[in-house]
Design a binder for this molecule. Structure first.
Ligand code: HAM
Length: 485
């Protein structure tokens, strides 16, 4: 039977790649949390009308790129092409705005869907991390989300990011500017591409963003928004630019930056990074202020500002630069068992090791040593533990260091401790961040305040060897030693 392909423009995230994606959104979430943002998860599908009204009927996204379908109840639904409209809908539906604590600050991440022509860095299902700050607008809110974005990019390892900013002013100013654009383009209407003919009618601003060569040339000579910006717009733009420069963030004002969604007003921005390879994945993120969206979607007169990153684009660049290798997971060891009796012993040992946090597997059927060593290597294991007939008879495990290829035999009853020692595990294995120096074993509570230790349950196996001096252990084995000290 013919196999089934993944839908065009989609991609599977497999093993370490999925981990890297999670790592990227985890870092973004951590930084957003630092800035006082909270998570908000909204559905992947919403009423079609939300995006028609929110993102804008005239945008390419709504006109051409949405996955729209009727559900079995005959409701017209759409897969979300972006996250802002859903967050605002939720803020309104749940009356989250009914608080004195404005701005509301939310972050989100997850898949978005746009029926675009797939190309480098462009997918039909892609992932975003985004934030929205909704309240009474001001330049500090704009500044804050831009700083948050840059902070997250730096935390991910991006060194030189360029921030382009522009102002799209108020709706009224934009209308005047649109009129001027229409006036200019009127004489060139027969030269522009089919899409731009539609944009001319619906939103001439978008003509400035067209990628068709001749239209790019025409856009260069078009009236500039600068000439229409109010003194206030200019002041805000200068303020944000200078503040960003003051934080050493490379920032340029780009009057051709119009963005692809209709809800923007005031400051808009995009982040760019060109990797040394020269490959251009497109903008890694973008956003801006929206002053009417909340109102247009049936909510109160609140303003918002936010941005979203494209996680695919962040991933491609970071991956190309080798900055995601630390997110790859390796096995600590592989237990190789030969024969049924050995397999059972191997499985018991495996279980003990796993309870101590050792990442390990074993073979469930006999295979050649050669292929098993190969597997150990593939999984990045440091040790192979071999249990065959001889080992079972002598109650030992052969431990092979896969780097030095040296091999030793360790008795069954010592093997767990031996391995934990070799792997450098102590009771801090599960919470590496704690820098307490106590070397007490796992059952002892130390005073490092990391909240990870259990009280001493002392059926103590410490043989009086607990030297941490910090724990409250009063078991007969530990106490005499402590008293001596
Ligand atoms: P956007 O510029 O349409 O803004 O998308 C944000 C980012 O998502 C882009 O910069 C890009 O990195 C990524 N992206 C967009 N389309 C694709 C695609 N087809 N494949 C891969 N990545 C893509 C928004 O979506 C706004 N909601 C941002 C925002 C939040 N504005 C205010 N608040």
């Amino acid at each position: 039977m013919a196999s089934i392909n993944s839908p065009k423009g989609t991609h599977d995230l497999i093993s370490n790649e999925a981990r890297a994606y999670k790592y990227i959104s985890d870092i973004c979430e951590e930084v957003a949390t630092l800035y006082g943002f909270n998570p908000l998860h909204t559905p992947i599908f919403e009423a079609n009308e939300l995006f028609a009204r929110g993102v804008g009927d005239a945008t390419d996204i709504v006109r051409k790129e949405m996955y729209v379908f009727k559900d079995k109840g005959n409701r017209l639904m759409a897969l979300r092409p972006e996250g802002t409209a859903g967050v605002i809908r939720s803020i309104i539906a749940n009356k989250l705005y009914a608080t004195n604590d404005l701005p509301l600050r939310y972050y989100y991440s997850g898949p978005m869907f746009r029926y675009e022509r797939p190309q480098l860095g462009r997918y039909r299902q892609f992932h975003q991390f985004g934030v929205e700050s909704v309240g009474i607008g001001g330049v500090y809110d704009d500044l804050e989300v831009i700083l948050l974005a840059v902070h997250a990019l730096q935390a991910l390892g991006f060194e030189t990011i360029t921030t382009r900013i522009n102002s799209l002013s108020t709706r009224e100013t934009r209308e005047k500017y649109k009129e001027a654009l229409k006036e200019y383009y009127k004489e060139h209407l027969n030269e522009v591409c089919g899409d731009c003919k539609v944009r001319y009618e619906q939103n001439p601003l978008r003509m400035l963003d067209c990628k068709v060569e001749h239209d790019v040339e025409l856009a260069k000579k078009a009236p500039k928004i600068t000439d229409f910006l109010t003194e206030n717009d200019k002041k805000d733009l200068e303020f944000v630019k200078n503040a960003l420069l003051g934080f050493n963030i490379e920032t340029t004002i780009d009057f051709s930056l119009v963005r692809g969604l209709d809800y923007y007003s005031g400051i808009v921005f995009e982040f760019e990074y060109l990797p040394p390879s020269g490959k251009n994945y497109g903008a890694i993120g973008g956003g801006g202020r929206y002053d009417k969206l909340v109102n247009d979607l049936g909510g109160p007169a609140l303003e918002g500002v936010g941005f979203a990153f494209g996680i695919e684009r962040l991933f491609h660049i970071l991956n190309e630069e080798g900055k995601l290798e630390h997110t790859n997971v390796k096995d600590d060891l592989l237990i190789i068992s030969v024969g049924d009796t050995a397999r059972f012993d191997a499985y018991s040992l495996l279980t003990s090791l796993r309870t101590h946090g050792v990442r390990a597997t074993t073979n469930f059927s006999d295979k050649s040593f050669k292929s098993l060593f190969k597997i150990a290597e593939l999984r990045g294991a440091k040790y192979a533990l071999i249990i065959g007939e001889n080992e079972v008879n002598n109650q030992v495990v052969s431990v092979r260091d896969l780097e030095s290829q040296s091999q030793v035999e360790v008795p069954y009853q010592e093997i767990v401790n031996y391995i934990l020692e070799k792997l450098g595990f102590n009771h801090h294995h599960h919470h590496e961040e704690c820098d307490c120096d106590c070397e007490g074993h796992e059952h002892h509570k130390c005073k490092c305040e990391c909240d990870e230790h259990d009280e001493c349950t002392c059926d103590c196996e410490c043989d009086g060897e607990c030297t941490c001096g910090e724990c409250n252990c009063t078991c007969p084995e530990c106490s005499p030693k402590k008293k001596e000290e």
